[in-house]
Design a protein around this ligand. Structure first.
Ligand code: ZN
Length: 312
């Protein structure tokens, strides 16, 4: 097992397999945050969103715990689906009910996709809700017109009284990093394999901008992505001469400090978690299938195919 501890503060585990949980555990990932987002297929009614919210505060949190990983989430109406006004109106009614639950660490991911009027309307409404509920905000920045969308997102947060220290701006790149850091926001980067923010580029960003308020995530989901993005990038940073202390900041400590402000994201949760018992049930169901025997902590820690990742 890896000696270093990691947090993946943005990963869509409902799209991933138990093999991913096992590999993440062995690579040292202790906690994950699952932001509510688009599942790839547009939702046709608010009922599917209600089930989705229940899923990420319920079963998915349980499933993660069966591999020794603490699971948290954020709750929000995503920017893409904000463009369906009838759906958006109904989903907005559901959000306060879920946002108050114990594993929910922020309102998110919200922001712009195409920068439409409706996206802006629901972005503002959700920022106002976060203010009212005294919650953090996780902002998804658009893949197109990234710089403009990022600046406008920060303008909106400030216009509606959000303290930048309570806002995480995610999916940054070389174009946005300076503006986001300068304005006092948590500046998160997604490590996308092959494209966008690859881990090679991330090493250069940390070398150039340091480690203050910067952290990384995998944003792994149903698309081409890598749930081991955080430990793999940590390994590359160490190989490229970044100190262990700095690597810890961008792969663990800063995410802990940012989301720790919610009061619901505490290191003790994973340092003092109870031992895994895979015969436990949630709503009457276990994670066991096809007569599989429950794996113990010892089984889960046996060497696996990704163990070249392990950092001693
Ligand atoms: Zn996401």
């Amino acid at each position: 097992m890896s000696e270093m501890m990691f947090i993946d503060p943005h990963v869509h585990m409902i799209s991933r397999t138990t093999d991913d949980y096992q590999a993440m555990r062995r690579a040292g990932v202790k906690a994950v945050i699952e932001p509510a987002f688009w599942v790839g297929q547009p939702r046709t009614n608010a009922g599917t969103m209600l089930d989705y919210f229940s899923w990420i505060v319920g079963w998915e949190r349980f499933r993660a715990s069966q591999f020794g990983i603490q699971h948290y989430c954020t709750i929000g109406l995503n920017s893409k689906e904000a463009n369906n006004e009838a759906l958006a109106e109904e989903v907005m009614e559901l959000i306060p009910r879920y946002a108050g639950k114990e594993s929910v660490v922020a309102i998110g991911e919200i922001g712009y996709d195409d920068m439409t009027k409706l996206e802006e309307k629901y972005f503002i409404e959700q920022v106002q809700l976060a203010k009212k509920m005294d919650m953090l905000v996780l902002v998804h920045t658009p893949h197109r017109n990234k710089k403009e969308g990022t600046i406008r997102s920060m303008d909106i947060c400030e216009a509606h009284g959000m303290d930048p220290s309570k806002v995480i701006i995610d999916h940054n790149n070389e174009e946005t990093v300076e503006a986001v850091l300068d304005r006092g926001y948590w500046t998160a980067f997604t490590i996308y394999p092959g494209t966008k923010m690859g881990n090679e580029r991330m090493v250069e960003i940390v070398k150039e901008y340091g480690t203050e308020r910067i952290f990384i995530d995998s944003a792994a989901d149903w698309g081409h992505s890598d749930p081991l993005g955080v430990p793999k990038t940590a390994k590359l940073m160490l190989e490229r001469g970044i100190s262990k202390e700095d690597v810890k900041k961008v792969t663990y400590q800063n995410a802990l400090d940012a989301y720790g402000q919610s009061g619901r994201f505490n290191e003790e949760d994973w340092l003092n978690r109870s031992p895994i018992d895979q015969s436990e049930t949630f709503g009457g169901n276990t994670i066991l299938r096809g007569g599989h025997r429950p794996l113990t902590e010892e089984d889960l820690d046996k060497p696996g195919k990704d163990d070249d990742l392990i950092i001693e």
